[in-house]
Ligand binder design. Sequence first.
Ligand code: PGA
Length: 246
Amino acid sequence: MDIIVDPTHELMSQSAARIIADAIRAKPNLSLLIATGNTPIECYRQLSAIVTSEHIDTSRLVAVQLDEYVSPENNSNAPSLFDWMQRELLQPLVIDSGNVVRFEMGQSMPRATVDVYDTKVGSIGGIDLAILGLGPNGHLGFNEPPSAPDAPTRLVDLTPESLISNQPYWDDSQIVPSQAFTAGMTTILGARKILLLVSGAHKNTVLRHAITGPVSDLLPASQLQSVSGNVTILADNAAWGDIERR
Ligand code: PGA
């Protein structure tokens, strides 16, 4: 596991953006699994600045959604992680809609949404680079505890903890739905490279357990230890605290 600890969220975001930009330059048709949430937003802003100033070609970049809420279809004010990803990354990087893999809602059965997603991820050869945040409960995507390392792409019930931690992303009229689709642990752990971005003192304990504690379904992020050769942790000082480097 590579570990990069930067003094601030902004500097951590710069480090992450540099890694992603270099990966796109090295492989223009990179497949990128994309987390939303507060942690990676600054990284995405810095990435789009680098892409613009260094004229990096994003025309073949493939963006893959990590997770999505399931909202009633007739609610146009429903919180949407796709809209967030669109605003923060797809539009700034000018990613062609034909190069986006998302959870397609409106299928008759959740199974169909999952199958379409998995087939598309399979057809692009899986994930080259996964950008992940760390849930306060140790989730990756919406692989809520407990999630086994072979947990597939699926519809999940969100835990009370995730409902509470996600609500501040939205305004008062937008209630976080109780269910979501998530890329499975298999997709995440199968990524050829994983960046885990962690910011803030409130993430220190869960980060410590994830990287120094036992590997457990009860803390899905701990399963990154089993693919540690592919993982880079990017943390700010507040999140890292006094965790011992091994
Ligand atoms: P955050 O969310 O980046 O907003 O802290 C991370 C997550 O819940 O996965």
